[in-house]
Design a protein around this ligand. Structure first.
Ligand SMILES: [Zn+2]
Length: 284
């Protein structure tokens, strides 16, 4: 089994110095960190999709002007998951399962590029997405599921535990050790996705449970002001978000040999897993 760490949607963001802090020009953007997992018997599993081909071809219609002016996504279709998968030499039709941290536009926008895949998400997240009103319609875009994907909805955990967290095993019978780890707060059914690599070490894709590496770092530094404002603006339940961030920080500091924690949009965290990065030796 091999795990690829892909960027499926670069975002320049509005006011990058305030949002991202004092970083060099090469880090002055956000990424959409997705995982492509090659399984021995069950094809490819994609964790989050980033932006999709249709969204980038019709950004004003599918993303909206306000979102475009705040997130400022790169509209190059070469950055979509489907293009990244082709570039790795795989057939996108081999993506049999898509596992989503949540249904925000920058995580589920690529679903129409994989119409045959089974889409795994927490039931309460889809419920929230379908019922979205007001400003939440900016985050949950019905174009992402207008093709009526093959949903596989998962109920709240019923007993399975993973390193102190409740967990759901969404793909029974599929080879990789892969778990949904509910981390609500950013959205009602938001979850992390834990995957165990061949080196026996877990990676926890924490989605948008946090946005900046400082949140889970042991030294307790605070993320840049702009990101803290953004987190507060996009959350649905502040107390749950803060509690889950504390739990993730504890997890990262108590089990550094067992699990590597990362979020969806931190450029430095993605670089750690890509070839040449700090964790590149455990990609396989
Ligand atoms: Zn996001």
């Amino acid at each position: 089994m091999k795990i690829h760490h892909l960027d499926c949607g670069r975002m320049a963001t509005i006011f990058p110095r305030i949002v991202l802090g004092a970083v060099g020009p090469s880090l002055r953007h956000m990424v959409c960190h997705c995982l492509l997992i090659e399984t021995p018997r069950d094809g490819l599993v994609l964790v989050d999709t980033g932006y999709g081909t249709d969204q980038l071809a019709q950004p004003r219609v599918q993303l909206g002007r306000l979102f475009l002016s705040v997130a400022r996504p790169d509209l190059n279709p070469a950055a979509t998951a489907i293009a990244r998968i082709r570039a790795l030499g795989h057939d996108p039709a081999d993506v049999r399962h898509i596992v989503l941290t949540h249904l925000d536009v920058d995580h589920a926008g690529g679903l129409p590029d994989f119409p045959a895949a089974q889409v795994h998400v927490m039931a309460r997240e889809r419920e929230a997405a379908l019922a979205a009103r007001g400003r939440h319609r900016m985050r949950y875009r019905p174009e992402s599921w207008a093709h009526q994907p093959r949903w596989h909805l998962h109920a709240d955990p019923a007993g399975e535990r993973w390193l102190g967290f409740d967990a759901v095993r969404p793909l029974p019978g599929v080879d990789p050790d892969l778990l949904l780890v509910p981390l609500a707060g950013h959205s009602p059914g938001h979850c992390g996705v834990a995957v165990r690599g061949q080196d026996d070490r877990w990676r926890l894709h924490a989605g948008d449970a946090y946005f900046h590496r400082a949140t889970v770092a042991p030294d307790g530094d605070r993320p840049p002001l702009g990101l803290r404002i953004f987190e507060a603006f996009t959350q649905t339940t502040a107390s749950l978000r803060r509690r889950n961030q504390q739990r993730l920080r504890t997890l990262a500091s108590e089990h550094p040999d067992q699990v590597a924690v990362f979020c969806a949009h931190d450029t430095v965290e993605l670089h750690r897993f890509q070839p040449g990065g700090e964790f590149s030796q455990i990609l396989r």
